[in-house]
Design a protein around this ligand. Structure first.
Ligand code: ADP
Ligand code: MG
Length: 242
């Protein structure tokens, strides 16, 4: 059972695709309000882990708790999480406003409540002037703000990000990195953020989980990992060039 103050607790989680083990007896406790970055090379299982937490993939073994509730077999929509993907996944035929309200309308949220939440999210993300546009008329950075907005309006406890900045150019990436950091300061919610980018990890994370081959190699504050990597892999991936 997760302790008080734990937001997401992953216990002995394994995931196999056929005979291939992609996550192996993985354990991770994320505190409420913590910003955790899952960092590792392509193919190490970051997205798979995030999709298990989101409920988009069934685990092979183990359990997942969110705020002390065993959600291992709960539907994604009942987990209190919002997910932001690299590819935005916006509905192209809908305006930004409709993209933001869609999930709320489906859930039967009252109209005035929807309007209130959209106004708040639009203000926080500075997308008020874009509300009547369609995704095709937005830049990559604007689309990603809308994608974050969709998680924001749902008022979820936990945000999951899967390489949200990978499709953006370097300048926008740096800009949005700062915005995501400010967003976290403002909301104080739990964030689990997947990237293979060391700078993103170092600047955003309270703690970084360095992954390799479906196993967490080290889970520590960025400075600790940088100064005291536990093995050669971590050192090579993120450690100081001592
Ligand atoms: P990452 O996000 O760290 O790049 P993934 O979680 O996407 O890695 O993938 C981890 C491993 O699982 C990779 O070896 C990948 O090829 C494999 N994999 C991912 N999805 C599937 C799937 N649906 N079927 C079979 N293998 C998969
Ligand atoms: Mg991935």
């Amino acid at each position: 059972m997760a302790q008080n103050g734990t937001s997401v607790s992953i216990q002995d989680l394994s995931l196999n695709f056929g005979s291939v083990t992609v996550l192996e007896t993985l354990n991770l406790d994320v505190a409420e309000g913590e910003f955790i970055v899952l960092l590792g090379p392509s193919g190490c299982g970051k997205s798979t882990l995030l999709n298990c937490i989101a409920g988009l993939l069934d685990v092979s073994e183990g359990r997942i708790f969110i705020k002390g509730m065993n959600v291992t077999w709960e539907e994604p929509k009942d987990r209190g999480i919002g997910m932001v993907f690299q590819s935005y996944a916006l509905y192209p035929q809908m305006t930004v406003e409709k993209n933001l309200s869609f999930g709320l309308r489906v859930a039967g949220t009252p109209r005035d409540e929807i309007a209130k939440r959209i106004a708040r999210a639009a203000e926080i993300l500075q997308i008020e002037p874009l509300l009547q546009r369609k995704p095709a008329a937005l830049s990559g950075g604007q689309r990603q703000r809308v994608a974050i907005g969709r998680a924001l309006v749902r008022d979820v406890d936990v945000f999951l990000f899967d390489e949200p900045l990978s499709n953006l150019d370097a300048k926008l990436r740096a800009e949005l990195r700062v915005e995501i950091k400010l967003l976290h300061r403002k909301l104080q919610n739990t964030m689990i953020y997947v990237t293979h980018d060391q700078i993103e990890a170092m600047t955003l994370a309270d703690r970084i989980a360095v992954m390799k081959g479906g196993v967490i190699q080290q889970l520590d504050a960025p400075q600790t990992i940088y100064n005291r990597p536990v093995n050669r892999f971590v050192a090579g991936f993120l450690g100081s060039p001592a």
